[in-house]
Design a protein around this ligand. Sequence first.
Ligand code: ZN
Length: 336
Amino acid sequence: MGRTLISWVSEAWNPIVGCSRISPGCKNCYAADLPLDPKFKKLWQYQAVKKWDGTIAFVKKELYRPFRWRNPRTAFLSVTDIAHENVKRHELSQVLAVMALTPTHIYKLLTKRPVEMRHYFQTLTTTELFKAALEFWDEDLISKRAWRSVKELERYFAELALPLPNVWLGVSVENQDYTWRIDELRHIDAVGKFISCEPLLSPVNLSSYLGICPGCQSCDFRGGHRIGKSVANWIIAGGESTRKKSDSRPCNIDWLRSIVSQCRQADIPPFVKQLGSNPVQFQYVQGNLLQSEGDNLILPYKTKHRKGTDENEFPIDLQGCQILPDYHRVLATVSS
Ligand SMILES: [Zn+2]
């Protein structure tokens, strides 16, 4: 029989809050606006970082939350960049220690600062994680576990192997200028790796990172066949969305199509999250491209949903492209 399917509940988990803008993808950062949202007005951590100037808030209380999740979840740190220069190393290590102690959940860490991320993971040790765990260790809160005592905790970390099997690392690539971030990702040891092309601001060719031939003699320079291993196991793509629709930079649906097609060539799952608030499309006549980019005949692609997240409104060939990675298969591939 086939594999058991687990339906993963995804969860925003934010023990670290705050960031600052570093590249074009950050321009309309949704997280930067959260402090103004009435829902977050009462949370000190959002008010502390509201200038979005790189001030970082560490929310120790949040560290205990994953211990209370009963079923496996996928958690995403959504309002920070863990590799931001102002994130304190001993605090980040506490976050990683929680991940190490809750191996049934999958954690996804996305960065626009892969050099710093690489440095952190290349120098991380299990001893450091153990010491970090001692900083939040609280018998009353975490005692109903196999490791009830500090001694058992120490043993747990001593037996732990890095990289952690439940931590996925990713980099943002919003346009072709930032594909270098994937080069850094390539050199970080992680069980699962992903690329986030969101907000997608231009066409992006990832072939050299996905092990796809750009064109050689044996394929008559058509390209597209696999010639090597892909750096990433998963790619997320989506257009930009903003509160005010007109603030969004346009995303051409063909850019999304191209990413999906590259994923297929590399045999990795794509996840088309949304078309964005301002999707546009080229004009085709009988399957032939009528206009090139830059022409004023690129037309808006209308959706009812403000962010274009309703998959039923996607062009038919982009439906069914919201695929999650097979976390267990990736882990099995790495450990075999
Ligand atoms: Zn070829």
